[in-house]
Design a protein around this ligand. Structure first.
Ligand SMILES: [Zn+2]
Ligand SMILES: [Zn+2]
Ligand SMILES: [Zn+2]
Length: 127
């Protein structure tokens, strides 16, 4: 009995899906997009407020600079001529502050750091 299940004239149109799902999707886009945009605007306002905490970033001159070799505190003015302090670079391009008198020792520390890959053995900061 193979003929018990037979199509009656028309095959069922289920998987065609041309007009109906497409139209629904289009409506959905039209309905949802304005709400999403409003949400995004509210978020950006909050983000703007969060981005403006009113704290200016600390200038480089306000940061504590210490000699890498002896740990002495260095003023930003000391790097201006007549300089009693200067920056030394390791091979990675990082700048390290150093008293002018300590530059040979600072360079040796950086060379060791470059050779061994270990962190620079900077002297403890003091005032
Ligand atoms: Zn300091
Ligand atoms: Zn020093
Ligand atoms: Zn380095």
């Amino acid at each position: 009995m193979r003929r018990s299940i037979a199509f009656r004239g028309r095959p069922p149109r289920v998987a065609g899906g041309r007009s109906v799902p497409f139209g629904m999707a289009a409506r959905g886009l039209v309905c949802y997009s304005p709400g999403d945009m409003k949400r995004e605007k509210q978020l950006t306002k909050r983000e703007r407020k969060a981005l403006k905490p009113g704290r200016p970033a600390p200038a480089a001159q306000d940061q504590h600079i210490h000699c890498v070799a002896c740990g002495a505190h260095l003023d930003a003015a000391q790097f201006a001529p007549p300089a009693s302090a200067q920056y030394v670079r390791c091979k990675h391009g990082s700048q390290w502050a150093s008293c002018t008198a300590c530059v040979p020792r600072s360079r040796a520390l950086l060379e060791e750091h470059d050779r061994t890959g270990q962190p620079v053995q900077a002297a403890g900061a003091w005032h």
